[in-house]
Design a protein around this ligand. Sequence first.
Ligand SMILES: Cc1cc2nc3c(=O)[nH]c(=O)nc-3n(C[C@H](O)[C@H](O)[C@H](O)COP(=O)(O)OP(=O)(O)OC[C@H]3O[C@@H](n4cnc5c(N)ncnc54)[C@H](O)[C@@H]3O)c2cc1C
Length: 294
Amino acid sequence: MKPAPFSYVRPATLDEALAVLAADPHAKVLAGGQSLVPLLSMRLAQPSTLVDINGLAELAYVRTDEDGVRIGALARHADVESDADAWRVQPLLRQALRLVAHPTIRNRGTTLGSVVHADAAAEMPAVVSLLGAKVLVASTEGRRTIDATDLFIGPLECTVRTSEVALELQVPALGARTGSAIDEVARRHGDYALCGVASVVSVGQTGAIETVRASYLSVSLTPLVLDLSEAFIDGTASDANLEAAVEIATAGVDPDTDIHATADYRRHLAGVLTRRVVRDAYSRAVAPDPEGAR
Ligand SMILES: Cc1cc2nc3c(=O)[nH]c(=O)nc-3n(C[C@H](O)[C@H](O)[C@H](O)COP(=O)(O)OP(=O)(O)OC[C@H]3O[C@@H](n4cnc5c(N)ncnc54)[C@H](O)[C@@H]3O)c2cc1C
C-alpha cells in the first residue's frame, strides 16, 4: 500500500520546526523513519505534514559525563551503541541496543525516536523505564522535562505532545557496585522479542544484594518495571532466591496471546529470562567487566 498524501517540510532551524508543529495539529516529526515510514505505508498513520528534523544537525550528539549520558534526537542507535564513554557510564544502553533490529536499521533509527514511538515490544522504552531516564522536549510554548514514569501511557502512546519535538534523552549513570543485563527471546535474531527482560542489581560494600529491579518488554501494553528485591532478603543470589524472583515476575506480568505466542509461553519466558538476567547483572555488580563497563 502507498501512504496517504502529505506535505513534507525539512526545517533548517528548531524554531521553524516548532512553528510548523504549532500550526498543524496533524503534523508528525520524522526522525529515522524506521517506525513511521512502515506505519505510513500501511496507512496506520496519516499525518497531514511530515516535519523532517534531519536538517537539525545540532541534535546529532551523544554526550557523556559521570552523571550519565545525554542523547540528542538525531543520534542513531548505532552512534549510541558504538560510543565507548556511554558504554562505560551506562552499559545497559549498548547491551540493549545490540538487540534492536539489524545493523542497517540501527544505522538510521534514532534512540530517542524509539522512546517516543513507545512500543512496549521495543527495548529502549523498557530500558528508559528501568533506569529512570528523562526526555527533554520543546514547543513554541517553551521546554519541559518528562520523567520516565510519566512517559508511557498506552500502546504506541507517550506524553510527548504533537506540538513538541523531543530534543534529548537523559539517561543516568549506573550506580557504584551495580550491574545490568538484558536478554530476550525472538523467533529470529533482530525480530521484535516475544519477551525480553532487563535488570539492574545493586550490592553493598560486602557484596550482599541490596536492590533488584527488572523491566519487561512484550508482556504488557506499556513497559513494566518490577521490584524483585524482596526475593533476596538474605543478600545472596542463591537458587532459592532466584526462584522466588521468578515467582514474583511470573505473577507480575500480564501478557496477551497473539499470533506470535500464547500468554502462558510469554509468562514462562519472563520467568526464565528473569533468572538469567538477574544472575548476570549480579555477577557484573560484584565483578566489573574487564572492558571497563560494569
Ligand atoms: C524491520 C524492523 C525491525 C525493527 N526491530 C526493532 C526491534 O527489535 N526493537 C526496537 O526497539 N525497534 C525495532 N525497530 C524500530 C527501530 O528501532 C526504529 O528506529 C525506532 O523505533 C524509531 O526510531 P526512528 O528514528 O526511526 O523514528 P521514526 O520512525 O522517525 O518516528 C517514530 C515515531 O516517533 C516520533 N518521533 C521520532 N523522533 C521524534 C522526536 N525527536 N520528537 C518527537 N517525535 C518524534 C515520530 O513522529 C513517530 O511517531 C525495527 C524497525 C524495523 C523497520
